[in-house]
Design a protein around this ligand. Sequence first.
Ligand code: HEC
Length: 591
Amino acid sequence: MVKKITFFLILFLSIGVSAIEPGDKVENFRLLDHKGGSHELFYYDDQKALVFLVQGNGCPFARNAAPRFQELRDIYSDKEVEFFMLNSNLQDDRLSIREEAKEYGYDLNILIDETQIIGESLELSRTGEVFIVNPKNWSVAYIGAIDDRLTYENQKKEASEHFLKDAIDDLLAGEVVAVPRTESLGCLINFPNKYNKKSISYSQQVAPILLENCAVCHRKGGVGPWAMTDYNMVKGFSLMMREVIRTKRMPPWHADPFIGQFSNDRSLNNEEIKTLVHWIEAGAPKGEGADPLLGTAISQSEWANEEELGPPDYVINIPATDIPATGVVDYQYKFVKNTVGKDVWVKAAEVLPGDKAVLHHVITSFGQLETRGPRKGRLKYRERKGLRGYAPGINSNPYPDGGGIFLPADVAFEFQMHYTPVGRATVDETRMGIWVAEEKPKHEIFSMMILNPRIRIPAGVKEHKESATRVVSKDALLYSVLVHAHYRGKKMVVAAYYPNGTTEVLLSVPNYDFNWQTSYDLEEPKFLPAGTTLIQHQWWDNSAQNLANPDPTVEVTWGDQSFEEMLFGAYLMRDLKEEELPAYKTLVTKN
Ligand code: HEC
């Protein structure tokens, strides 16, 4: 009996004690903060120390530790030390954390670990605790209390030991941290999934998530570099899968999940993330049951629209492009005369990649070509219109509401093509299929462009902001939004300023990735009353910390090439008809 009790006590205590220790390595991760900003740990490798306070709503210790933590942030503001709060609490979410931050005056970034997978791997145990990560070797340099001011139910007026400050000073002086570990008091964090990872079923839980969210690209002939053909393949790549999920590289989806709802949302939900990561951390066991990945080769007709609409009425051949085995290929611009031969209404358009492995995206525009000046032979910026482009997994469905796009006979197409070499040289011959309506469709769909060719991005800056606006002149419906920058693009926000004085954020892309030109298709078309101003904000990272940056030492201005930049958006819309207005007008009064 006595033995049993001591065993129980030890177990109980060991759950309560943080297991991450000084010297332990910290793996990379990416998290959004409570304001929707995106932070990747390894981005901060130019700093001397990264300091975290484990925050939790409602915990008196965390609250009491915060003022001193923020004081230290101010003291080290010009010392290349970055301060964060990190919330891994099961019970907290962005809204409640924002409220707590407001009430207690937190003005630093609170990273939210809503799936708990980061807190689990850091083996956090109590809120109120602080730790330092040394970016030189990604190891923990200190963990414990800020100082000795707080004890349970008690606090001293002044601290006599300043553990955290001393540790930062040691690190900045290039010395070994003299006291790398102290005991910290705080509220225990509940990680309920930490102890039952073994029970996750590959055949029942894991494989269905992969089929639903990954196999569209990770299949034979797909854009993904490897195919999820069976259990062995997945097991072999499982550690890499964990890494790309932790850093939010996969599935490729870059919109803030708190803003808007999109029908082509590729992201995993929190439960799916936990299932995959916990299964991998349990050793990716095969377990009982058949392998659902076997025999699931997705058979498809050549064109996605073929089943519903038959083969395309017209095919535009885009001139072939040689792609080398390795290196960087600048954006390719292909100009092709419209060969349809007459004015038509396009009811569906689809770009069919020649080589899916290398073709990352195509943005399709049409219009008149410049006849003189330095841009001779290129599309005029202002009057250009768009047709469906291409990105892996893109929606090429017929235009919404039975609408169509007017394509005059006398235009030229511009195809902006982005290629990524994959280790073998190839020739890409991509085509565009066009399906036309027999008569003028009920609605004319058009893409409204927002752009700002006057952007000027200073050399070396980590964050530079520019904006562009456009007033919607007639009552309209908005179907989808594509925001576009090149290698230095960092984040984007699109907001609507309605004529009644209210504002709505329609899209936020906190971690823009030039590799993925996603058009964000709104789940419900958005009513934009005449007089609405759409504003598109963009931020660029022109510093050396942006690993995609071709040259951090130059000022960058507008240009087609990927080493130049763009602030560009394409908004798929249609005007509303008189008789449709009453239904929408009642909607807007709610805004
Ligand atoms: C829309 C297409 C697409 C989807 C969906 C997708 N991937 Fe990928 N994946 C890619 C491409 C393309 C790459 C190559 C790297 C790149 O270009 O970003 C890749 C790379 C990877 C890699 C290797 C990482 C590297 O680059 O070394 C892993 C692992 C991976 N994906 C896992 C997943 C998992 C797991 C899912 C589903 C949860 C998923 N992917 C969904 C397209 C996709």
